[in-house]
Each structure stands twice: as structure tokens, then as C-alpha cells.
Design a protein around this ligand. Structure first.
Ligand code: GDP
Ligand code: MN
Length: 398
């Protein structure tokens, strides 16, 4: 689950990570009130207005602007709120901005060259260990840094049994070229950041930039935080941070129906039972020359009701030109699923506008195929996996 910058910063701050302070606002009037409050609390005269959307690169798209007085705050937040913000990480239409973060300006005007770093914490799947990835090249796209100056990216792997060791935090500060108080601040920053990552059951933290202020303080200016959804039951307070407006509406609906659906870019809709078979199905579609439109695991009980709901969700995606149903009857009998598919098809009538290829294998597969072939519906049956994928290609090229 992805969070907004202001929510990510709340979590960081609760674990003692120093952040650029801010207050979220939904209207220009709230923005002005927030700016006044920040001036009282921090003494800042200037503010930064930051669009809150689930995508990075906001600065480049005009979603991060400096306000030098309250008039600026009102005008700029009015411009950013409600805009469709296009960044290198959004689609071409961009994302609607519902909220702005009014933050204290932490780049003091006297600073000729503020020092910006990049620090992220994530799991290295190859080694099964968490790691801190960091670079002196903050404020830039880390992908660009990786391409052009890979030697400026460092990684520090953390032993899961020992946790982050003090020498590792010092190594980070050293490699970032810090000394004196900034060095000490950085070791504290990295230690608190890693604790926050572990304790919040995060999947990823990306802080870009981490700023060294002119008075040698280290703070998070941005925060991209992604939490592990499977651990949310341990953090009710984080669950409330979910912003459904930022998520794909089809995925939100599928989740509410208890279906495991992930939207993809292709044109072959997939309905499969079991996550492993669903992955295999997408692979085979691709190898046979097609592109999957989605991942969908209908679960073990593929009854008529669930199948109908699943068809409805798959068909909400206008790119879908064919649907491949691939069910393995292990616990659930194939003829029951076949009946479910036929019933769902009947109920949906002309709502089904694309060809359906149905492959059922396992217990009572033969009965299932007969049931489909004799149903009088336009459902193409298949027994073998490859045969089903080939039939998908046939209907697509017809
Ligand atoms: P992103 O573009 O979505 O990654 O958003 P960031 O939060 O990283 O902000 C983009 C850029 O805005 C940063 O790299 C900074 O250069 C700039 N910025 C952020 N906060 C301040 C601030 O307090 N003062 C000034 N002058 N610039 C800031
Ligand atoms: Mn950033």
C-alpha cells in the first residue's frame, strides 16, 4: 500500500526521524491557515506547496512550488489543488490533486549549494536481506544516477538477526562525505529510519532528497513510503491512511468482492484459480504471442456467483478482447466450475462481448468439457494449457 508524502513523513517522525515539517490542506483557505500555524511553530517565513499524489517527480511536473508570502500560498495552492498533475511517473492524463502539503522552507536563501542525498530502505530479494541504498546524488532520479554514475550508489545489507549495527550507520555517513555534527546527525537519521522501516512493516522507504541544512541538520524533505499490506492487521492506524482515490478503481472493486485482481496493459483477460496457476497462465499467454490484461485469482470456490463477478470485473477493462478461463479442479470439481461459467454467461447475456476460451483440467474434466460444449453458448473449450493459449491467439487474429 502506497502512502502520500505527508503520511509517510508522519510515520518517519513518530520514530524520531527528522522531517521537513508541514500541514496538509484541501482548500486554499486551509493552506493559508496551515502556513500561519507553521510560521508560529517553526518561524519560517517562506513555505513550499507540495501536491500530494501517489507518484514521484512532482517537482518536474510543477507540483512543488515556493511561496514567499501568504498571498503566494493562497494563489499557488489554488493553482495546484484540482489540477491534473503530469509527472514522469504518472500516465499521460496525470493525477488529480486533492490535497497539498504546506511545508516549511528548509533551503535557506543563503545556501548557495544545499547538499541533497538519496537514501532508501528496501528488501534485496536476491539475498533475502534488507538493505540501505544511498547516494550523494540526491534530488535526482535514482534511475538516471544508476545509469550514468553507478559508482555513486552504495548499498549496505543488514543482517536480519543482528539488525543495523552502529558501524554500518557510521559507514553510510562516511561514504556520504559528512563530518562533524552532520556526521553524527546522519548516523542518528539512518538508525531511526531503519527502525521505522522495520517497526512499520514497510515494503519500501525512499527519501529523496535527504537534506543537510546549512546548520548541519539532516532531514527528510520527501518521503515515498510503501507498506506491506499483509501486515496491515498489525497497524490499524496505518490502514486508515489508505487513499482509494489514488488506486485503480477496478482493483478497488475486485478487492471489495474478495477477488485478487491486478490490472495489466494487455488485451487477454485471465480468470484463474490459484495465484501460481495465474502466474503460469500469464506466462503462457505471453509466450504464445499475447499480452495479459490482468492477473486474477478467483480462489478455490469458483462458483457461478464468483465467476460472474469476475467476468464483470475483467470486462470493465475496455482493452480486453478475449477471456481465458483456466481452472484446475483439485478441491473444486471441474463440472461445478463449468456449470458456474455457463450460469454466469447466461445471467450476463449480452454483457459478454468478447470470446471466452475455457480450459478446465482435473477432477471431472471430461464432464466439464461436455457441459460447456453442449451449453449452446459461445464458449470455446480446451483441455490442454497450450491448446487454450493457441485458441486465444486464433480468436484474436480472426
Ligand atoms: P518530487 O519531485 O515528487 O520528488 O518531490 P520532492 O519532495 O522531492 O520535491 C522536489 C524538489 O523540490 C526537491 O528536490 C527540492 O529541490 C525542492 N524543495 C523541496 N522542499 C523545498 C524547500 O523547502 N525549499 C526549496 N527552495 N525547495 C524545496
Ligand atoms: Mn523527491
Amino acid at each position: 500500500m502506497n502512502l502520500h508524502e505527508y503520511q509517510g513523513k508522519q510515520i518517519l517522525s513518530s520514530f524520531g526521524v527528522r522531517i521537513q515539517r508541514g500541514i496538509v490542506a484541501s482548500t486554499p483557505a486551509e493552506a493559508v491557515a496551515a502556513a500561519k500555524k507553521l510560521t508560529e511553530d517553526t518561524g519560517t517565513g517562506w513555505h513550499v506547496i507540495k501536491a500530494q499524489i501517489h507518484a514521484g517527480g512532482r517537482g518536474k511536473g510543477g507540483g512543488v512550488k515556493l511561496a514567499k508570502n501568504l498571498g503566494d500560498v493562497e494563489r499557488i495552492s489554488g493553482e495546484i489543488l484540482g489540477m491534473m498533475l503530469i509527472t514522469p511517473q504518472t500516465s499521460a492524463e496525470g493525477k488529480l490533486v486533492n490535497q497539498v502539503l504546506i511545508a516549511e522552507d528548509v533551503y535557506y536563501p543563503g545556501d548557495s549549494k544545499p547538499e541533497e542525498f538519496y537514501i532508501s530502505v528496501l528488501l534485496n530479494r536476491a539475498t533475502g536481506k534488507n538493505m540501505i541504498m544511498y547516494s550523494t546524488e540526491g534530488g535526482m532520479d535514482i534511475e538516471t544516477v544508476a545509469e550514468q554514475t553507478p559508482h555513486l550508489i552504495f548499498t549496505e545489507e543488514i543482517d536480519p538477526l543482528l539488525g543495523l549495527m552502529p558501524f554500518q550507520a557510521r559507514k553510510v555517513a562516511f561514504n556520504l562525505g559528512l563530518s562533524g555534527n552532520a556526521f553524527k546527525e546522519m548516523t542518528q537519521f539512518v538508525t531511526a529510519l531503519y527502525t521505522a522501516y522495520i517497526k512499520s512493516d514497510a515494503a519500501m522507504f525512499e527519501i529523496n532528497p535527504v537534506l543537510k541544512t546549512s546548520d548541519d541538520k539532516i532531514m527528510a524533505v520527501d518521503a515515498k513510503v510503501s507498506l506491506d499490506e499483509n501486515a496491515l492487521y498489525r497497524h490499524k492506524e496505518y490502514e486508515a491512511m489508505r487513499d482509494l482515490r489514488e488506486e485503480n478503481p477496478i482493483e478497488v472493486e475486485a478487492k471489495a468482492a474478495g477477488l485478487n485482481y491486478v490490472k495489466l496493459d494487455g488485451n487477454v483477460g485471465c480468470m484463474v484459480n490459484g495465484a501460481g496457476l495465474a502466474m503460469g497462465t500469464m506466462d503462457l499467454i505471453k509466450e504464445s504471442g499475447g499480452e495479459p490484461a490482468n492477473f486474477l485469482d478467483v480462489g478455490g470456490t469458483a462458483d457461478a456467483q464468483r465467476v460472474e463477478t469476475a467476468f464483470g470485473i475483467i470486462l470493465k477493462d475496455p482493452n480486453v478482447k478475449a477471456i481465458l478461463v483456466n481452472i484446475f479442479g483439485g478441491i473444486v470439481r471441474c463440472d461445478r466450475v463449468a456449470q458456474g461459467v455457463v450460469d454466469a454467461y447466461k445471467n450476463m447475456g449480452d454483457k459478454i462481448t468478447v470470446p471466452i476460451i475455457c480450459r478446465l483440467q482435473g477432477t471431472n474434466a471430461k464432464e466439464a468439457k461436455e457441459l460447456i460444449d453442449n451449453s449452446g453458448m459461445k464458449i470455446i473449450s480446451a483441455t490442454e494449457f497450450q491448446e487454450a493459449a493457441d485458441k486465444v491467439q486464433e480468436v484474436l487474429s480472426a
